[in-house]
Design a protein around this ligand. Sequence first.
Ligand code: SAH
Length: 325
Amino acid sequence: MRVANTAYYGRADPLGAEGDFITAPEISQMFGEMVGIWLSDLWLRQRPARCHYVELGPGRGTLAADALRTMRRFGWTPSVHFVENSPALRAKQLQVVPSAVFHDTLESLPTDTPLFVVANEFFDALPVRQMVSTQGGWRERVVVRNNEAGFAAMSGATATDDLIPEQFRSAAIGSIYEVCPDASSIMQQLSVRLAKQGGVMLVIDYGYTQAALGDTVQAVQSHQYADPFTHSGQVDLTAHVDFFELSNCAKKYGLLVAGPNDQGAWLSGLGIDQRAQILAASNPSRAADISAARNRLVAPDAMGALFKVLAVYAQDWPQPQGFGL
Ligand code: SAH
């Protein structure tokens, strides 16, 4: 999954109607604006003398551009840091945020002042490990070469019972349990930084909020589900994000946690409906499109309930908005 996704994102820009999938910031400028409002509120209440905007996996840079434009209206122009490993997407991001400083990993992010970190649909692109329950106990699923069709999955030889939470150990044969070591490691590293330097992190993605069983790896190509084991490197591979684990990582390193909340409730709480009305009033010919985009982001049967929003923040920092609904 790691090798396939590195090749996939490195090759070209996969986003948009003509690409493989579309994300919230590409649906409407309102999404990045709500992120910008949310960050500005915290910045205005905390007023750090200096700070940095950090985004993980910024895609086309659309979210950052919309958020930073909104932040400027409050008089805030932080320096911008993108953690991005795709050369194709870095080029796109520079077009819309020319001041961005790029990082391959978190280590080179500034260590001096508070960080305002945003990650939208980043964690779902990280590789997961899957454990499968077999007659002989839990085993890791491994990927093998299958001459005709590309790759296939089978259970490996090493026992992995120790990695399975107590409540799932005796689950039915064939049950699958996923872990995402990269997600845990990134969350831990950032939590240590935020606890020390101050700041907040906003994670938006689809996933589950309690430990769960299930195979959530999926492949998407041209907006259709595809087989994850064929056309490797040409399809988008994702897995659901374990918000329970991300929250626990943050708490372990002394951070406070707000959410997860549903994306729809979070956007509504921040005023997306008011923003949609204002945009429609100044662009009457686009009113129907604006309303459709708002519904896509907020409605429970669209992205509103599937996507979750989690905020983690340093002790002594203000409580973030949007989690009261
Ligand atoms: N946040 C954007 C794009 C989501 S797609 C949006 O909402 O539109 C996932 C993004 O994460 C892409 O920019 C991809 O290149 C980047 N990415 C995936 N795995 C990564 C990794 N291990 N390190 C850095 N960036 C990564």
